[in-house]
Design a protein around this ligand. Structure first.
Ligand code: HEM
Length: 373
């Protein structure tokens, strides 16, 4: 437990041990409400977005649960399992596209970002043709170095876009999640359009960049461990499942920590945190806690009992995790099987890592295969 100084000059507590991170995230005395004084917000752009239309990831129960409940059936394991054929077909199409493209191919654009973007569009009922627009705005929102006016513009544009889309679905609903929100909850007055826009925004931005950069960085990590990459390529479902969990643990790409603020005095690891003090519960460090994970800095796709915190913990634990897992479990082995000699054409120091983004990864990953260079 130590105090750290963040971008706005405030000094929240940094919690790093696995048990302490779990204790903070499962304790209702720590609030996720970003509008409370003392909440350690991760950037100006995120602050603007959360103030303009709060999304339920930044609310406490019971308000948070009321919104989340409207979506739980959509992302339940069984419902997501029924999406497997769609995910497999999309992966196959994207791999065909890569195979036909001139090499080297940027794996991020051609595959890693495209897959979750197409999938989340299908689920929500957002036209994929608009993806260049919303991917760009989403990037501006999640770049911690975005100046306030850039963050505000991105937030405005995304909300205006989603507002128009949801209004269309209210008039003419289709078979998609946003239409179901419109017909089940907006029509009955349980949900305002403004709140539906916040929900859609959270799902759209939270549902593509995260999975995208897990595919990108996950692939890079496996390529740096050729024996383990081969085990994933040739392995059974159980091997693929444990490999995906291990990549989630080791990479923990939502890397800026869960932000909370104490609503009353609470003791964590023998330290008294006062009401109103901010806390950053760091999953990247919890996921490498040697008390839980032997040789935590090493990739071991056969690691068992891997109860990592890459999807968070407690009431805000990732709603989309069954979908993220499905996409990763399908995408990564399919890529390695299609291009068994896949390799990165750039040296590691030439790659641009996403230090400034809320989701870590690489901006581009040029790859080649076969005899091409
Ligand atoms: C590998 C991919 C993903 C990772 C690493 C990830 C990570 C996370 C984390 C760490 C949280 C906790 C936030 C907090 O406690 O403050 C979270 C929440 C959330 N995630 Fe994900 N996520 C991923 C994919 C997705 C997908 C595909 C969707 C939906 C399409 C999604 C939707 C959400 C939502 C709605 C929440 C808020 C839950 C709540 O507050 O109750 N995520 N995610």
């Amino acid at each position: 437990m130590s105090r750290v100084r963040i971008w706005d000059g405030t000094t929240p507590w940094l919690v790093t041990r696995y048990d302490d991170v779990r204790a903070v995230l499962s304790d209702a005395r720590f609030s996720a409400d970003a509008s409370r004084p003392g909440y350690p917000v991760s950037s100006e752009a995120v602050k603007i977005s959360r103030e303009r239309g709060p999304w339920f990831v930044a609310m406490d129960d019971p308000e948070h649960a009321r919104y989340r409940r409207m979506l739980t059936a959509e992302f339940a394991v069984r419902n997501v399992a029924s999406m497997r054929p769609m995910v497999e077909a999309t992966v196959a199409e994207l791999l065909d596209g890569m195979a036909a493209a001139p090499q080297p191919v940027d794996l991020i654009e051609a595959f890693a970002l495209a897959l979750p973007s197409i999938v989340v569009c299908r689920i929500l009922g957002v036209p994929y043709e608009d993806s260049a627009f919303w991917q760009e705005q989403s990037k501006a929102l999640f770049d911690v170095t975005s100046p306030p006016d850039v963050g505000r513009r991105a937030d405005n544009e995304l909300r205006a876009y989603l507002d128009k889309l949801i209004a269309e679905k209210e008039r003419d609903p289709g078979d998609d999640l946003l239409s179901r929100l419109a017909t089940t909850y907006i029509r009955t007055g349980e949900l305002t359009r403004r709140d539906a826009v916040s929900m859609a925004l959270l799902l759209l931005v939270g549902g593509h960049e995260t999975t995208a950069h897990m595919i990108g960085l996950g692939t890079l990590t496996l390529l740096n461990h050729p024996e383990q990459a081969a085990a994933v390529r040739d392995g059974d479902d159980a091997t693929v499942t444990s490999a995906v969990e291990e990549l989630l643990r080791l990479l923990t790409i939502v890397h800026t920590g869960r932000r909370r603020v104490a609503t009353e005095d609470v003791e964590v690891a023998g330290v008294r945190i006062r009401a109103g003090e901010g806390v950053i519960a760091s999953e990247p460090s919890a996921n490498r806690d040697p008390a839980l994970f032997a040789e935590p800095d090493n990739l071991d796709i056969h690691r068992t009992a891997n109860h990592h915190l890459a999807f968070g913990f407690g009431v805000h634990q990732c709603l989309g995790q069954p979908l993220a897992r499905l996409e990763l479990q399908v995408a990564i082995p399919a890529l390695l099987r299609r291009f068994p000699d896949l390799r990165v054409t750039a040296a590691e120091h030439e790659l641009r890592f996403r230090d400034e983004m809320i989701t870590y990864g690489v901006h581009e990953l040029p790859v080649t295969w076969g005899s091409a260079e």
